[in-house]
Design a protein around this ligand. Structure first.
Ligand SMILES: NC(=O)c1ccc[n+]([C@@H]2O[C@H](COP(=O)([O-])OP(=O)(O)OC[C@H]3O[C@@H](n4cnc5c(N)ncnc54)[C@H](O)[C@@H]3O)[C@@H](O)[C@H]2O)c1
Ligand SMILES: O=C(O)C[C@H](O)C(=O)O
Ligand SMILES: [Mg+2]
Length: 460
């Protein structure tokens, strides 16, 4: 049963003929499963009270039920009900701010003309000076075509913008990177590659986001060939790094070794391919990938090169069939597909002391409550659950490291180093089923990843 959460927080403005009725209001809300988080008095006089009650609900249906229940109370009227998350996004969540004062004509003539012309000339004479004299060394483009937005699917560039704004503020908050959302009105790989190529002079790095497989593989490869700045596909590499870190620690908790475990990946898309690649590079020997048509094998017709590579390197026991067959005896399952794909009848086939990562956003492959009946370690991608496995643990620090080191490319060595650094933030004596990855608010996360990335450049 999904629980009320802060991601679905509503404020109800209720008008009462008798102030004593507030007790009824809180009773009705609480009995119907809402979690009250604030009560604010708006108007109060004898025989009249208006209050804003803020509470966490489960979803729209639940909020509607709460509204109706309050309306049914005698002497109580609901004036309005507002969704706080939508209110938070009014006008967007991101803005551009000046780093320099603009108070006098002097300030203007340095920040802008005529002074700025000398800055431009300096760059014309030495293009490398752009790194020091512009925003470039701290700027990242968050580029999407809106084709695989969270687990919502192909919702297009306009609907993708709130998610990309969100990514940009996470970059700023956790690693002081200035990121800008760029939602492209095309899903044609040639056009996407060209668009990124021609905006590249502004940026020190490109973060591709929520571009569906298989086109994301080709786009990333072509951009890496053409650009002299690092190109990172967050859903692939960010996810693979956080998953490897979480898996290393989860296996420590259940006392198993990476080389010995059987792992199932559900959803061989952008995230699934990159996770499989990184786990195989790290020494996983028994990995099975399952997609919509069942276990992925090399004889599947029409496999793109990235999926073919995984199909050929996985499934050493040559298991055929679908999810139930793949799950037989599995020590860990990693879901990067869509909500509800994993069921109790799949999880009950797993080995004792197993691990379930259900990472689809915003709703996981399985309700964590159900998963905990079968597995010792359970994690999702949500920020309102313990053990949040989300690429936000990686991309801010990873780009901090790339930008500071003026890196031109991204290597598997950097990804592995970042994963180990992230895992190491949780000390061995702190590890438990409910604590396998640090929270994103742990201030050691981004610096540790940045350091690992920079260290891996020197090593290679
Ligand atoms: N927690 C995180 O940090 C994180 C990071 C990246 C992606 N994700 C989530 O993972 C999911 C996939 O993201 P992506 O970028 O790889 O998308 P994608 O579109 O590239 O891949 C999704 C894959 O899942 C497969 N799939 C769909 N239904 C399935 C089913 N019933 N059984 C098996 N496979 C199925 C699709 O065929 C596709 O190959 C999304 O829900 C996304 O939110 C989470
Ligand atoms: O955006 C997130 O929360 C994680 C990930 O990038 C996703 O697409 O689900
Ligand atoms: Mg994403």
């Amino acid at each position: 049963m999904p629980q009320p959460s802060a991601s679905f927080s509503v404020t109800v403005r209720v008008e009462l003929d008798d102030p004593r009725g507030i007790a009824e209001v809180t009773r009705v809300l609480t009995e119907r499963g809402a979690v009250i988080t604030a009560l604010d008095t708006i108007e109060s006089r004898a025989g009249h009270l208006v209050v804003d009650v803020t509470c966490n609900a489960v979803d729209e249906v639940h909020a509607d039920e709460l509204h109706k229940a309050l309306d049914a109370l005698e002497g109580t009227r609901v004036r309005a009900m507002s969704d706080r998350t939508l209110l938070l996004h009014l006008g967007g969540v991101l803005q551009v701010a000046s780093k320099v004062p603009l108070r006098t004509r002097d300030d203007l003539s340095m920040a802008y003309t005529p002074g700025v012309a000398r800055v431009s000339e300096a760059i014309r004479n030495d293009p490398a000076a752009a790194r020091n004299l512009t925003i470039r060394r701290n700027a990242v483009a968050v580029v999407t075509d809106g084709s695989a937005v969270l687990g919502l699917g192909n919702i297009g560039p306009a609907a993708a913008l709130p998610v990309m704004e969100g990514k940009a503020i996470l970059f700023k908050r956790f690693a002081d990177v200035d990121a800008w959302p760029l939602c492209l009105a095309t899903q044609d790989p040639d056009e996407i590659v060209r668009a990124v190529e021609i905006i590249a002079p502004v940026f020190g790095g490109i973060n591709l986001e929520d571009i569906a497989a298989p086109r994301c593989f080709e786009i990333e490869r072509r951009l890496r060939e053409r650009l002299d700045i690092p190109v990172f596909h967050d859903d692939q590499h960010g996810t693979a790094i956080v998953v490897l870190a979480a898996l290393l620690n989860a296996l420590r908790v259940v006392g198993k070794r990476l080389e010995d475990v059987r792992i199932v990946i559900v959803g061989l898309g952008a995230a699934g391919v990159a996770i499989a690649r990184l786990l195989l590079a790290e020494g996983v020997r028994d990995l099975i990938a399952v997609d919509v048509d069942g276990i992925v094998t090399p004889d599947d017709p029409g496999l793109d090169p990235a999926r073919r590579e995984i199909a050929e390197a996985s499934n050493p026991r040559n298991i055929r069939g679908d999810l139930p067959e793949a799950m037989e005896g599995a020590d860990a399952v990693i879901g990067v597909s869509r909500r509800g794909v994993l069921k109790a009848e799949h999880l009950e086939r797993m080995a004792p002391r197993s691990v379930v990562f259900a990472l689809a956003n915003p709703e996981p492959e399985v309700d964590p409550e159900i998963a905990r009946r079968f597995a010792e370690v359970v994690a999702t991608g949500r920020s309102d659950e313990p053990n949040q496995i989300n690429n936000v643990l990686v991309f801010p620090g990873f780009f901090r490291g790339l930008l500071d080191a003026n890196a031109r490319e991204i290597t598997l060595a950097m990804e592995r180093a970042a994963a180990h650094a992230l895992a190491a933030i949780v000390a061995p004596d702190e590890l438990s089923p409910a604590y396998i990855v640090p929270t994103v608010f742990n201030p050691r996360v981004a610096p540790a990843i940045a350091k690992a990335v920079a260290g891996a450049i020197t090593d290679s």
